[in-house]
Design a protein around this ligand. Structure first.
Ligand SMILES: *Cc1c(COP(=O)(O)O)cnc(C)c1O
Length: 365
């Protein structure tokens, strides 16, 4: 049996009637940018996260970038980021002309280690940007405590964790603001690029509403050097349909994760750890193996599609060659990059496919 890493056909088949209805509603409205669909989605997604405000923007990278701009963080400033993340977290900081300062993760949870943050703070530090990586919330309480003590903003990168809970509260409402991505492969995925900022900070929400639309509140009156980063009406209409399914689809991911945790071998394989306060949404199911490349090859021969998230840590990527980071300078991130492998997981993975994954992993391990 072939098990693809991701399935984009299942979601459309399940939601066809509702997505088609959303499309025709959009076509009949003949209103393409910043209209009723975006407004309605912003309300619904803010409610879902338990945040007071949501501002729809073009994508997740721009959500993070606009938050930094909205807080006036830019050239000469530093922002603390995880050493182990998708590079977009760092790129958002660079895009705002600030400097990303990496902090190593807890190797068990893959998320930024709060105990290491304080040592990375300098007089130029303005914010901490924790990532809820692979769908598991970062340990927010100690992060907020350091931030409050040192007068820093906390900006969640909630690209991978829509619906996850930390001590009972949803991600996207835990820090000062959060950048959300609705890239098609995310747990709440649009059918193209899309993103949003969630926050309880009314002033920030207002600034981002202006910045996303040419720095203009009133048409042709431009108060700031803004951008064009607006959530598309059609994508908002699709996202409203998919948001109604998010909890149910995350629940299906949990079912598969529970099965993997119970049935995969844990001798040569390190399975994901879940702290007691964490309710992850399993954007990815990431295991570690000492001989990862061979393990991946054998799974591929057994028909199982896998991916590596991520093979090159940002500090060693070409994009950050200017930082002149030596190999070995962030050993935990480098060790993770060398050993992680993501197994197929998703709301449309069938029990037979999950069974095939378990069987092939036992053979390949
Ligand atoms: C996907 C992702 C982003 C960027 O989102 P886009 O919508 O693709 O711009 C940022 N951070 C993380 C951790 C991501 O996984």
């Amino acid at each position: 049996m072939k098990v693809p890493f991701l399935d984009f056909v299942g979601p459309y088949e399940e939601l066809k009637a509702e997505l088609d209805e959303a499309y025709f509603r959009f076509m009949r409205s003949a209103w393409y940018v910043l209209g009723q669909e975006v407004e309605a989605f912003e309300r619904e997604y803010a409610d879902y996260c338990g945040a007071r405000h949501c501002v729809g923007v073009g994508n997740g990278l721009e959500a993070l970038h606009l938050i930094l701009r909205g807080y006036g963080i830019g050239a000469g400033d530093e922002v603390i980021v995880p050493s182990n993340t998708y590079i977009a977290t760092w790129l958002a900081v660079s895009y705002a002309e600030a400097r990303p300062v990496p902090v190593e993760p807890d190797p068990k949870t893959f998320n930024i280690d709060p105990a290491r943050i304080e040592a990375a703070i300098t007089p130029r530090t303005k914010a901490i940007m924790p990532v809820h990586l692979y769908g598991q919330p970062a340990d927010m309480d100690p992060i907020m405590e350091v931030a409050r003590k040192r007068g820093l903003k906390v900006i969640e990168d909630n690209a991978q964790a829509q619906g996850a809970r930390y001590k009972g509260r949803r991600t996207g409402s835990l820090g000062d603001a959060a950048g959300n991505s609705f890239y098609p492969g995310k747990n709440l995925g649009a059918l193209g690029d899309a993103g949003a900022v969630t926050t309880n900070d009314a002033n920030l929400a207002d600034r981002i509403r202006t910045l996303r639309n040419y720095g203009s509140k009133k048409k042709y009156y431009n108060d700031h050097k803004g951008y064009n980063s607006r959530l598309d009406e059609l994508q908002a209409a699709f996202l409203r349909v998919k948001l109604r399914r998010l909890d149910e689809w995350n629940e299906r991911r949990r079912g598969i994760a529970a099965r993997y945790q119970a049935e995969l071998p844990n001798c040569r394989l390190e399975l994901p750890a879940v702290p007691a306060w964490s309710e992850p949404v399993w954007h990815l199911f990431v295991v570690r193996h000492k001989d990862r490349d061979r393990f991946q090859q054998k799974l591929s021969e057994g028909g199982i599609g896998t991916l590596i998230h991520y093979p090159v840590p940002p500090h060693l990527s070409g994009a950050y060659a200017d930082m002149k980071s030596a190999k070995g300078s962030l050993p935990i991130a480098e060790d993770i990059a060398a050993s992680v492998l993501s197994l197929p997981i998703g709301p449309h993975l069938t029990p037979a496919q999950a069974e095939a994954v378990v069987e092939q992993v036992h053979k390949a391990v």
